[in-house]
Design a binder for this molecule. Structure first.
Ligand SMILES: [Ca+2]
Ligand SMILES: [Ca+2]
Length: 275
């Protein structure tokens, strides 16, 4: 019995030793606190970090802006600082980490934060040269447990937003039977937009009345070579376009991964009956 008891005590002592040993081995990462934040130099930037011992403290950013009904825990939070020297779109991606992550970008300092953007797995923001941005990455606990894991961070510069430039042909046709008009023009883009939409509103006086209609079309693979577009402008409320002048307002938007470029043309066009 005496032997058993002493064995139990030894096991207890050994257990305590093992626990303290593992605590000593996995220290919090240096950028666990704002004071120890990692300053990001050249971009692209990558970092891989064990955050299992990273902690939460009162400097952590508020997660009220993260689009969740309740504030998220900022478990295993770690800090980075980015000071871009050019105006650019930056993306911090932590989606290949071994735990569920949220990233917040803010300007300011602890106690005086101004949140720029918040995102699950990644955050993309428009950065201005000369502004210092603070990035906080943490375990949002959507994974349901454990503190942190292996954080894999990549910061990249995204290409600038696409641009679109449109022209509208000064003559358009109309269909006397349906009363719709067909408006056309060209679109030229930079920056390889994912999609490009063109919409036109057409207004024509008809005696005491005004005939109004709108149409929309997409330009496929808008690039540096002008692409023709054409759309049917259908009138509201069963009225019909007729031959003569009409006021047109055309808008275009070309959207990339994060932002869109736009263009606008206002032009009086002449409607002619379809041959
Ligand atoms: Ca922390
Ligand atoms: Ca977790």
């Amino acid at each position: 019995m005496r032997h058993l008891r002493s064995a139990a005590v030894s096991a207890l002592v050994l257990g305590t030793l093992i626990t303290s040993a593992s605590t000593a081995l996995a220290a919090p990462p240096g950028n666990d606190t704002y004071g120890g934040r990692t300053v990001v130099g050249a971009i692209p930037f990558t970092d891989s970090l064990d955050t299992t011992e990273a902690t939460t403290d009162s400097d952590d950013l508020s997660t009220d802006f993260c689009g969740t009904p309740a504030p998220l825990p900022t478990d295993a939070s770690v800090w980075y600082e980015i000071a871009p020297t050019a105006d650019e779109i930056l993306r911090a991606d932590v989606s290949s980490s071994t735990y569920s992550t949220t990233a917040i970008v803010a300007t300011g300092s602890p106690g005086n934060w101004s949140v720029v953007r918040c995102g699950f797995n990644a955050v993309t923001w428009t950065a201005t040269a000369g502004t210092t941005y603070t990035l906080l990455v943490f375990d949002n606990q959507f994974d349901g447990g454990d503190n942190g894991g292996t954080l894999n961070l990549t910061i990249d510069v995204l290409p600038p937003p696409p641009t679109v430039d449109i022209t509208v042909n000064p003559t358009a046709s109309f269909n006397p039977r349906t009363g719709s008009a067909t408006v056309s023009g060209t679109a030229t883009c930079t920056g390889e937009p994912l999609f490009t939409d063109v919409s036109t509103e057409l207004t024509q006086r008809a005696g005491r009345f005004t005939v109004h209609g709108r149409g929309i079309t997409s330009v496929r693979l808008c690039d540096a070579t002008p692409q023709s577009w054409s759309m049917e402008v259908v009138t509201d409320g069963g009225s019909k376009f007729a031959g003569g002048k009409a006021a047109s307002v055309t808008r275009a938007s070309a959207c990339g991964f994060f932002e869109c470029g736009g263009d606008f043309e206002e032009l009086t066009i002449v409607l002619r009956g379809r041959a």
